[in-house]
Design a protein around this ligand. Structure first.
Ligand code: NDP
Length: 681
C-alpha cells in the first residue's frame, strides 16, 4: 500500500524540470480501499515547450549515440530498475494488482526493456543508419543501384497509455523508441499514473539517459497533440472510442502524423471438437479461460472475452469454470492468499457492470452476480460468466467489451461456425485454439488469422512451456486489425522501424556505400596495403579487399573430399548419372568443397586480429564447378559492427568465388570477429 496517508501531488517532467499544474487537479484513489492516493493535473503547463525540448534537446542527444550505445544505456536502466522493483510493487497494490499481476507489469516491463537492449546489439548495426534488405541492381552494368535505409525521425514520440499496465505499457514503447534514436513524452492514464511517475522519477535520477530523452505528463495532454508534425509519432493504448477521437486530431490528419492504436478487442479462445472433456486440451482450456478472467481482474487488453466451444460441451465448460471460480480468493491485493484483486477504480467497476447489463440483452448470466460486491470498501467484483446461445446472430457480445472478470461462452455446431463467430469480433489482438488435432488447428488457424494479430495454439505438448494466451512477448507482434486498433507493437526489431523513416536511396554503389555504411556490390574495392586479416578493427575500412590467386579443382580433389566427408552423392561420383541430371554436364565439385577451397585461398593463417569465423550468411551456389575449373576469390570488408563493451567487433565480408576468372560460382557473407586493436589491449 502507499506509505502516505495524504494523497501525493504528482508532477510532470517537462522541458527539463518537474512542474505541477495550477489548481487542485483531480484525485485518484486506491482501488482496494478507496483512499485518495494521488492528485494530478497539468493546467497551465506549456506543452509546446515540451515538444520543442524533445525535438531540440532530446532528439540530437539520442541521435548522437550509436544504436549499440543506446542499447547499453537501456540495459543499465533496466538492471537498475530491477534493483528497485520492491518499491514499485508496494505502489502497484494500490492499483488493485496482486503480486503476480504486478510481476507481469513491473518485471514484464523491465524484461521487455532488457530484451530490446540485447536485441538491438544482436540484430542491428552499431551506427546511425540501418540498411533495409538487399541492394537492388537497377542498371545492366551495375553502375546504378538502389538500397533502402532507415534513419531516425527527428521529432518526439508521444505515448498515451492505458491504466492497466502503468509500467509495462510505458517500457514496451520506450524500448523501440530509444533504440530508434527518438525521445519520448509519456502520458500514463490518470488512474494509475503514480506508479508510472515513480518509475520515471527513478529513471531520471539514474542520470543515464541524455536530457530530453524522457518527459512525462501526469494529467491531461492539453494542446500537445495540436502541435505535432510529420516527424513526431503518436501511439495510443486504451479504448476504441478514444482511439477514434485522437486519430481525428486535425494536426495528426493534416501533417500525416504516424498514429498507432492498440484498442480494446473481444479476443476469443476456441475449444476444438477433438478437445472433449477428459482430454488434457479441455483442462488446459478451462484453466486458460479462468486465468484470463481473473489475472488483473480481467483488465487486460488480451483477455479472453469470448470462449467459443462445441455446443455439446457447454455444460461441462460451465461446470469446469464454476469449480475454478469458486476457489478464487478475492480480496486485498497485497495479501499473499489473494488470487484476484479489485478493478482499478469505482468508475471502472461501474463501467463493467454497465457493460454486463448490456451483454445481458443477448446473453444469460450463468455464474456470478456483477451487482454485488464480494469484498467491501473497494472496486471488487466477482467473476461473471455469460452464455450467448446464438452467437452467429447476436451482436452485442461481439461488440461490447466488459473490461473486467467477464467472459461470454459461445457454443458452435461446426468448425465453419466457430471461425465465423471468432471473426465477428471484427479484428482482435489475439485468439487461442485448444486442440491436439493438426487438421483442426489448420482449419481454425487459417480461418481466423486474417482478423487476428496473434494466434496461440495450446495442447498437451506445450502445456508446461507455453507462454499462454494473454502474454504479449517482445519477440512477437502485438496489435491487431480493425476493432483492435489496426496498430502493431513489439515484434522484435520491427517496432524500432515504427520510429524511423525508410528511404529508398538510388545512385552509384560508391555513393550509396558512403551513406548506408555498408559496402554495396560494384563499389570500389581497396586491394592496396596488407592482407585485410592483418588489420585490427581500428585499421580496417569498408571496401578493404583481398583478391586471391587461383586453384584448379581436380577429380582427385572431388574424390578425396567425397571419401573424407562421406558425401558420395551421385553428382560427384558417377559421370553418367551426373550427365542425366538436368543441371550438370558431368561430375561436379561439392558446394562445400568450393567453400572450403575458398577459405584456403583467402585466409591469412598467422595469429592476428581475426579471432574467429562464426558463420556464413546467404550462401548460394550459382554455377557448377567441374574438374579442371580454376577457383578464385574476392573477399571484401562489407560491414563493420563495433561492440561497445567488448574488445572486438564483427566484420561481415562479401565473398565472391569465380571459375576461370569469370563466372560467379558461389556468393556469400563470411562472418568474423575481429579484435579492436592488435596486439590486443
Ligand atoms: P481511455 O481510452 O479513456 O484512456 C486511455 C488513455 O488515453 C489514458 O491515458 C487517457 O488519459 C488518455 N486520454 C483519454 N482521452 C484523451 C484525450 N482526449 N487526449 C489525450 N489523451 C486522452 O481508456 P480508459 O483507460 O479510461 O479505459 C476505458 C476502456 O478502455 C476500458 O474500460 C477498456 O474497455 C478499454 N481499455 C483497453 C485497453 C487495451 O489495452 N486495449 C487498456 C485499457 C482500457 P486519462 O486517464 O488521463 O483520461
Amino acid at each position: 500500500m502507499l506509505e502516505r496517508s495524504e494523497p501525493v501531488r504528482l508532477g510532470s517532467y517537462l522541458a527539463g524540470r518537474w512542474q505541477e499544474g495550477a489548481g487542485e487537479g483531480s484525485l485518484v484513489h486506491d482501488a482496494a480501499t478507496g483512499r485518495p492516493v494521488a492528485r494530478l493535473g497539468t493546467s497551465g503547463i506549456d506543452m509546446q515547450a515540451a515538444l520543442r525540448y524533445g525535438r531540440e534537446v532530446g532528439s540530437p542527444a539520442l541521435r548522437a549515440l550509436r544504436i549499440h550505445q543506446r542499447a547499453l544505456m537501456m540495459k543499465e536502466i533496466g538492471l537498475k530498475l530491477l534493483e528497485l522493483k520492491e518499491e514499485f510493487y508496494e505502489l502497484s497494490y494500490a492499483t488493485g494488482a496482486t503480486r503476480s499481476d504486478g510481476w507481469v507489469d513491473i518485471e514484464g516491463g523491465i524484461g521487455t526493456l532488457l530484451s530490446y537492449a540485447s536485441l538491438g546489439r544482436r540484430e542491428l548495426p552499431n551506427g546511425h543508419v540501418i540498411p533495409d534488405g538487399k541492394p537492388e541492381i537497377l542498371s545492366k552494368d551495375g553502375s546504378f543501384i538502389g538500397q533502402h535505409v532507415f534513419t531516425a525521425m527527428q521529432g518526439v514520440a508521444i505515448h498515451i497509455n492505458a491504466f492497466n499496465f502503468p509500467v509495462w505499457g510505458m517500457l514496451e514503447k520506450l524500448a523501440p523508441t530509444w533504440l530508434a534514436g527518438m525521445p519520448a513524452i509519456v502520458k500514463p492514464a490518470s488512474q494509475t499514473a503514480y506508479l508510472t511517475e515513480r518509475v520515471v522519477r527513478r529513471i531520471l535520477e539514474m542520470g543515464v539517459l541524455p536530457e530530453g530523452a524522457l518527459q512525462l505528463i501526469c494529467g491531461s495532454t492539453g494542446d500537445l497533440l495540436d502541435h505535432v508534425t510529420c516527424q513526431d509519432v503518436v501511439t495510443f493504448t486504451g479504448s476504441a472510442a478514444t482511439a477514434r477521437k485522437l486519430r481525428r486530431t486535425p494536426a495528426i490528419i493534416e501533417n500525416s502524423v504516424r498514429f498507432t492504436a492498440e484498442a480494446d478487442s473481444l479476443n476469443a479462445s476456441i475449444l476444438a471438437p477433438d478437445a472433449v472433456p477428459g482430454t488434457e486440451e479441455f483442462d488446459l482450456y478451462i484453466k486458460e479461460v479462468h486465468r484470463e478472467m481473473t489475472a488483473k481482474a480481467g483488465q487486460k487488453c488480451t483477455a479472453i472475452r469470448r470462449a467459443i466451444l462445441p455446443a455439446e460441451h457447454l455444460d461441462a465448460v460451465i461446470e469446469g469454470l464454476g469449480a475454478r471460480i469458486e476457489k478464487t480468493t478475492i480480496g486485498d491485493p497485497s495479501d499473499k492468499e489473494t488470487r484476484m484483486g479489485p478493478l482499478a477504480s469505482m468508475d471502472q467497476l461501474a463501467d463493467v457492470r454497465a457493460a454486463v447489463r448490456t451483454l445481458s440483452g443477448e446473453a444469460d448470466i450463468v455464474i456470478g452476480d456483477p451487482e454485488t460486491c464480494p469484498v467491501e470498501g473497494g472496486a471488487f467484483m466477482a467473476p461473471c460468466v455469460l452464455v450467448c446461445k446464438d452467437p452467429l446472430t447476436a451482436s452485442v457480445p461481439h461488440e461490447v467489451e466488459a473490461f473486467g472478470p467477464v467472459c461470454t461462452l459461445m457454443p458452435y455446431e461446426s468448425l465453419e461456425d466457430a471461425i465465423a463467430i471468432a471473426n465477428r469480433g471484427s479484428g482482435s489482438l489475439v485468439a487461442s485454439i485448444f486442440t491436439n488435432d493438426a487438421e483442426n488447428a489448420r482449419t481454425l488457424g487459417l480461418g481466423i488469422a486474417r482478423l487476428h494479430g496473434r494466434v496461440m495454439l495450446g495442447n498437451r505438448a506445450s502445456a508446461k512451456t507455453s507462454t499462454g494466451h494473454g502474454s504479449p512477448l517482445p519477440q512477437l507482434v502485438h496489435g491487431g486489425p480493425g476493432r483492435a486498433g489496426g496498430g502493431e507493437e513489439l515484434g522484435g526489431v520491427r517496432s524500432v522501424f515504427h520510429f524511423m523513416q525508410r528511404t529508398a536511396l538510388q545512385g552509384t554503389p560508391d555513393l550509396i556505400t558512403a551513406i548506408a555504411g555498408k559496402w554495396m556490390p560494384g563499389a570500389a574495392r581497396n586491394t592496396d596495403g596488407p592482407h585485410p586479416f592483418r588489420k585490427s578493427l581500428a585499421e580496417l575500412e569498408i571496401g578493404d579487399t583481398i583478391v586471391t590467386g587461383s586453384r584448379v579443382v581436380t577429380l582427385e580433389d572431388i574424390e578425396h573430399f567425397a571419401k573424407f566427408t562421406g558425401d558420395t552423392f551421385y553428382a560427384h561420383m558417377d559421370e553418367e548419372a551426373a550427365k542425366r541430371n538436368p543441371f550438370f554436364d558431368g561430375r561436379v565439385a561439392h558446394g562445400y568443397l568450393i567453400v572450403s577451397f575458398a577459405a584456403g585461398l583467402f585466409v591469412q593463417p598467422d595469429e592476428g586480429p581475426v579471432l574467429a569465423n562464426y558463420g556464413v550468411d546467404n550462401l548460394r551456389f550459382m554455377a557448377p564447378v567441374y574438374p579442371g575449373n580454376a577457383l578464385q576469390v574476392q573477399l571484401t570488408a562489407k560491414q563493420i559492427v563495433e561492440r561497445e563493451s567488448e574488445d572486438y567487433g564483427e566484420v561481415r565480408w562479401d565473398c565472391t568465388v569465380t571459375r576461370d576468372g569469370g563466372e560467379v560460382v558461389a556468393q556469400y557473407d563470411v562472418l568474423t570477429m575481429v579484435a579492436k586493436t592488435w596486439p590486443r589491449a
